[in-house]
Design a protein around this ligand. Structure first.
Ligand code: SAH
Length: 397
């Protein structure tokens, strides 16, 4: 394929793209109205017409496309995709060979050299998430590359972009064999039930692997654990396996009850000895406070945005208040695991929320652990916002 459009970078942004910034934004490009055809390749040039990079156009919430190379001689073709995917697989060799962990991220978009799509591996099955119509035009490159990687059982995909006004819903099967769901995968020896044929969320968020392990290995033993926004209860399962006295999982979604029971059962834990509550977390906090319930370990992992009947939550605006409610029901000397996947603020700002929450309650704290994305969620130093995950273990003094 030949380079088709030329994009001109505004002088102010030249240095940024020269040093490898990958995202095409509206602010940075002066002839932004030529950004039209999804998937079209572009050449990026400076004000003086000098070459800066090449990439493709694809509109997603983050921007208008991705720079793929700063080398003028590189051609964006099958071989280009193949090399990036092969390198990524090489990079995850330890995970591929692990018997304890059979689910991980194989290809993390721009972090592995091509923005706009990710590939996760679930014990023999690949799941490709496509974030723009533009990158979806290159799907055959990706599927061919996966086939050449060697043995796999099947490929599934999810289109996470808006095509023709609505999200296309389908079971997502692409090729190979269909999986039988639930597909049982392992993470550090723990079983998870995965459904690649359901919505965007397949049963577990792979980016929290290290945090779950830390909770199980170091923080859970003999503790009462409250897991808020618990989804399928992955943190609760790890806490229970780490010999927590009891776990309490709270999530608004009806599905969370059966899904959490399923995860406990898969790991030989009696779910009747655990609490699984389908309720708005903000209502639960009020209830717990009224009843003077206290927990040794409180896990907070809300979505960046959430709207329920009575409350709206936006991590960038409301995290401090969420923390204050959590602090209120945490035992003295207890620990809060505060997590966010909100990309609009960084770790420094997140710690600012923590500081402000404790200050307003006239309480002290210390920070015991900090996590960002694990290694398989590879990120670029030139694209800090790609490392969206921030997790802090806070001890209430
Ligand atoms: N912590 C989970 C992932 C959370 S996903 C894990 O590690 O697996 C976000 C979850 O928050 C969803 O399951 C959603 O149903 C739930 N949720 C959103 N708003 C909520 C609210 N107000 N109260 C309780 N749960 C909520």
């Amino acid at each position: 394929m030949e380079v088709e459009v030329t994009l001109k970078v505004k002088p102010k942004y030249e240095k940024m793209y020269k040093s490898g910034y990958p995202l095409i934004t509206k602010d940075a490009i002066s002839n932004v109205n030529t950004l039209q055809k999804e998937g079209q390749l572009f050449k990026l040039i400076a004000e003086d017409n000098s070459f800066l990079g090449k990439g493709y156009l694809g509109k997603q919430n983050k921007g208008y496309g991705w720079v793929l190379t700063n080398n003028r001689n590189e051609i964006i073709n099958q071989a280009f995709f193949e090399k990036k995917i092969k390198d990524a697989a090489e990079n995850r060799k330890v995970l591929f060979n692990s018997e304890d962990t059979t689910a991980f991220r194989l290809f993390n978009a721009e972090g592995d050299g091509i923005g706009g799509f990710t590939i996760d591996y679930y014990d023999g099955f690949y799941l490709v998430n496509w974030y723009s119509e533009g990158i979806y035009k290159y799907k055959e490159y990706v599927y061919t590359a996966l086939t050449k990687l060697g043995q796999y059982q099947g490929i599934y995909q999810k289109k996470r972009f808006n095509s023709g006004g609505k999200f296309i819903e389908e079971d997502g099967f692409v090729e190979g064999e269909r999986a039988e769901f639930p597909l049982i995968v392992k993470e550090n020896g723990v079983n998870f039930a995965i459904y690649l044929n359901e919505g965007a969320m397949v049963g577990v968020f792979l980016d929290q692997r290290e945090v779950r392990k830390k909770i199980r290995d170091t923080y859970a033993k003999g503790k009462t654990v409250l897991n808020t926004f618990s989804y399928t209860g992955a943190f609760s399962v790890f806490a229970a396996l780490g010999r927590a006295t009891k776990t309490t999982s709270v999530d608004l979604a009806n599905r969370s009850l059966s899904k959490t029971i399923e995860q406990f059962q898969l790991n030989g834990i009696d779910h009747e000895k655990q609490d699984i509550i389908v309720e708005d977390v903000f209502r639960y906090f009020k209830y717990a406070s009224r009843k003077q319930l206290k927990f040794d370990l409180v896990i907070l992992d809300p979505p960046s945005f959430a709207r329920s009947k009575k409350f709206t939550f936006s991590a960038s605006k409301d995290y401090k208040n969420l923390l204050k409610e959590a602090i209120d029901i945490t035992e003295e000397n207890g620990v809060i695991v505060a997590s966010t996947n909100c990309a609009t603020f960084d770790m420094k700002k997140f710690k600012g929320f923590i500081k402000a929450a404790f200050k307003e309650l006239h309480l002290n704290y210390s920070i015991e652990e900090e996590y960002s994305l694990p290694e398989d969620f590879k990120t670029m130093k030139q694209f800090k916002e790609g490392n969206y995950l921030k997790v802090v273990f806070i001890r209430k003094a």
